[in-house]
Design a protein around this ligand. Sequence first.
Ligand code: SAM
Length: 187
Amino acid sequence: MPFDHFAAIAPLYARVTYSKTNIMREVAELPVKGILLDVGGGTGRVSSAIRDLVDEVVVADVSFGMLKEAPRAALKPVCGGSESLPFADNSFERVIMVDALHHVVNHADSAREMFRVLKPGGILVIEEPDIRTFGVKLIALAEKLLLMRSHFLAPDQIMKLFTSGEKKIRAEDGTAWVVIRKNKQNQ
Ligand SMILES: C[S@@+](CC[C@H](N)C(=O)[O-])C[C@H]1O[C@@H](n2cnc3c(N)ncnc32)[C@H](O)[C@@H]1O
């Protein structure tokens, strides 16, 4: 099993607050009734900040060490990888993944799974450091030196992981949001 870098930094990570709540709120069209799934959600840093804008939050993450730091009273933690999510098709009103896509083992499988569990008419938001910017290129280099298995995709490459749905990209200040709305009719 590969070394879990995130378990090692989880107690510190839990103290970092999420600063892009307003943009997430806008692109994910929150508030909304229903359940939000935060994939690669770690300590629940992001979903804690938007918890009041949905009925329920499920945080799925491969690192038990990160999930251990998530506030259990507010968020439901589920340990597992994004490549094979343990949820039925069309389960969630919203699915988000923040700062995690570049860490997953398989981008295409993760995209397929997140889309599968999203309800028709629901919105999936992938927030990633924008690898087209100089600062993020430096972060990518640092993560390589730390032997993290990161692999960053540019926003248009992320968008191409999805073959259906209505898609858009927003990018500012070194961060990109790829937003996919699943069609209401069968895909
Ligand atoms: C940089 S942290 C971001 C955590 C959280 N989204 C946030 O913004 O606070 C990346 C997270 O992705 C998780 N992760 C990495 N690979 C994963 C995978 N294949 N499936 C699910 N989670 C994964 C890590 O365990 C870690 O918690």
